[in-house]
Write a protein that binds this ligand. Structure first.
Ligand SMILES: [Zn+2]
Ligand SMILES: [Zn+2]
Length: 347
């Protein structure tokens, strides 16, 4: 098969022929019809992820068709259209037994713990636990965008954030996951304040239902601006970018007993990120993390997508063939961009 391979961190990846994957007994091999390009892939390529072993094939936001099935798989057969959360759970550890597959103690992540979906085929583990059927109405390009940023945003806003109609929700950072969060919060009946430094990102946030858009580059204190706009602070605030600045702005923009959800990854040279904990105590804030979403939590989200209430397809701004993926991966560092690029390995 053809795949995007890199031999060294930060050096150009290339498309080359490699051996087709084989399914594990509990796994499947999926023919990749579409796979999203994500900033996590760029972090992996830069060497920021300790799970990656070289040479490596990135890619973790995929949809496609089951090609081969392991001997112990009972729920899937060749020809099924599927997607998968980027965290593949084992299904049997104590966390999985409690239904918390997104924090599985023996999780695998295609494109990190093993070769991913910037390839014509990808192997996925524990298929009966992790695969999600893709409704007929959804294209594979749209379904590919669900597995990472959209499902992550859905869990952060709806499950961890417990959004309620009429609440104020602030979203710091309007890249793929932030724009998804804006759309999901607005569809939940919340009033959304979107914050970013890019005019293009804020235009999209407005299109996706933000009531207010704040240009963080032109206001002195974005957290104070959020508190002003929301009559004292947001009920729920997300750091969807992942930086010390946006994390602090999210916490500082909350009202009393507000909920902060950290969604953006926080790679830090110091290994830790400062958080305004004094404010967390004084205002009884809740500080929460959100990490993907379990496959069994997909059906309510998929129903909202199928019925058109949520429109992840609007986030997909370009579709490219595999040959253009190495350059697009390298470009993610300089310009994360507001839209989602989807790679189609067979086009
Ligand atoms: Zn991703
Ligand atoms: Zn598990």
């Amino acid at each position: 098969m053809r795949a995007v391979v890199f031999e060294r961190y930060g050096e150009p990846a290339e498309v080359r022929d490699v051996a087709d994957p084989e399914p594990a007994e509990h796994g499947v091999v999926v023919r990749v019809e579409a796979t999203g390009l994500c900033r996590s892939d760029w972090h992996g390529w830069q060497g920021h992820d300790p799970d990656i072993a070289l040479p490596h094939v990135p890619g973790h936001e995929l949809a496609g068709v089951v090609e081969a099935v392991g001997s112990r798989v009972t729920r899937w057969r060749p020809g099924d259209r599927v997607t998968v959360p980027f965290i593949c759970a084992c299904g049997t550890c104590p966390s999985c037994a409690a239904g918390d597959h997104q924090v599985c103690e023996r999780q695998t992540q295609p494109g990190f713990t093993h070769w991913g979906s910037f390839a014509q085929y990808v192997a996925l583990d524990h298929a009966d636990v992790n695969l999600v059927p893709v409704p007929e109405e959804l294209s594979c390009a749209t379904a590919a965008s669900l597995g990472c940023r959209f499902a992550t945003a859905y869990r952060a806003v709806v499950q961890q954030g417990r959004v309620a109609a009429g609440e104020w929700v602030a979203v710091q950072g309007c890249g793929g996951v932030g724009l998804s969060a804006v759309m999901i919060a607005a569809a939940s009946g919340a009033r959304v304040v979107a914050v970013d430094v890019s005019a293009r990102a804020l235009d999209l946030a407005r299109e996706f239902g933000a009531a207010h858009c704040l240009d963080a580059a032109s206001v002195a204190d974005p957290a104070a601006a959020v508190r002003d706009l929301t009559g004292g602070g947001a009920h729920l605030s997300l750091d969807a970018l992942g930086s010390p600045t946006t994390c602090a702005a999210s916490v500082n923009g909350l009202r009393r007993r507000g909920r902060h959800v950290q969604v953006g990854l926080l790679p830090s040279p110091a290994g830790t990120t400062p958080v305004p904990m004094a404010r967390a105590i004084a205002l009884e804030l809740e500080l929460l993390g959100s990490h993907g979403m379990a496959a069994h939590s997909y059906p309510p989200m998929l129903e909202l997508v199928r019925s058109g209430v949520l429109r992840p397809d609007l986030l997909v701004t370009s579709t490219i063939p595999l040959d253009e993926a190495p350059a697009a991966l390298a470009a993610m560092g300089a310009a994360p961009g507001a839209g989602v690029t989807v790679v189609e390995p067979w086009s």
